[in-house]
Write a protein that binds this ligand. Structure first.
Ligand code: ZN
Length: 291
């Protein structure tokens, strides 16, 4: 699994050189980050510039900073357009680097389909209404401008974008990064933010926490055994906000960390870089699976 980060950096490197030159002098517009599927681009433009990504207006701080995200399946060329306060237009064409996701085809298995009961279905609908409401938050917090840290260290047991295909039927892709850790392990806020959802027991994701980092960027922690903050709380980068668990539909204790830029799923691993090597070689298998 730890092969992946270096591959990603390579892809990102190629894609970045593929960034097509601006059509006008490009001083005072800066971009950094990985223009790859699941990646984020951070930018700075002169103050009061309007920014449009694929025609969609992007929120810009009063200092001209902005962030935009590329979903798992975004591809090809995207136009990043800038409109100055005097109406001056510029644009850059960004080539979104394609990634190879881990797709596992599993055939000949007996279909053990879980049939949620009517009660379960009601819960599932309620859960998605909560999540939908939290996703609508579009704040002007600027926590997204700071660096992001791993919420905890441990073996990575599931990666962004991977997908299983059972008997030819593709299942929903996995959007988080799974870090195996025993129940009760502290999980820290990867950056500062505000708690926009804290739910003890969702049907699929169990104990679920969502933190808004501002400008459309948010983190979610799934399968928690305990949540130590409540909705509306402000959290600091590095603050212990929850404990790892095995709640919801999982087979073992792990933290599933997901990130969104509005409705686009972002790969947290691209933001924090490779998982540091364990200080001691005690890599016991805690049974975390690709949930
Ligand atoms: Zn997961």
């Amino acid at each position: 699994m730890l092969r992946l980060p270096s591959t990603l950096l390579l892809i990102a490197g190629i894609a970045f050189t593929g960034l097509v030159a601006a059509t006008e002098p490009e001083e005072s517009i800066e971009l950094r980050g990985n223009p790859v599927q699941g990646g984020l681009l951070f930018g700075t433009a002169p103050a009061q510039t309007h920014v449009f990504w694929g025609g969609r207006p992007v929120r810009v701080t009063e200092n001209g900073e902005f962030v935009l995200g590329m979903g798992r399946d975004n591809k090809g060329l995207m136009v990043l357009r800038f409109e100055g306060p005097d109406g001056e237009q510029r644009q850059r064409v960004v080539e979104i680097g394609k990634r190879d996701y881990d797709i596992q085809s599993i055939s000949g298995i007996s279909s053990k389909i879980m049939n949620p009961s009517e009660d379960d279905l009601q819960r599932i609908r309620r859960d998605s209404a909560y999540i939908g409401k939290a996703r609508k938050v579009d704040s002007s917090r600027t926590d997204f401008l700071t660096a992001f840290d791993w919420p905890l260290y441990g073996p990575i047991t599931g990666v962004f974008g991977s997908q299983r295909v059972y008997n030819g039927v593709p299942k929903r892709p996995h959007f988080g990064v799974d870090i195996a850790a025993p129940t009760g392990t502290a999980a820290r806020a990867p950056a500062g933010g505000k708690v926009i959802l804290a739910h003890d027991d969702m049907f699929y994701s169990g104990g679920t926490l969502m933190i808004d980092h501002g400008y459309g960027l948010s983190s979610s922690f799934l399968h928690l055994s305990r949540i130590l903050v409540k909705e509306g709380d402000e959290v600091r980068r590095g603050q212990v906000v929850a404990e790892v668990g095995a709640t919801g539909r999982v087979t073992g204790a792990h933290l599933d960390w997901r990130m969104n830029w509005y409705d686009q799923r972002i790969d947290p691993q691209l933001l924090v870089g490779p998982m540091p090597a364990p200080a001691d070689e005690e890599q016991t298998n805690t049974g975390g699976m690709n949930d």
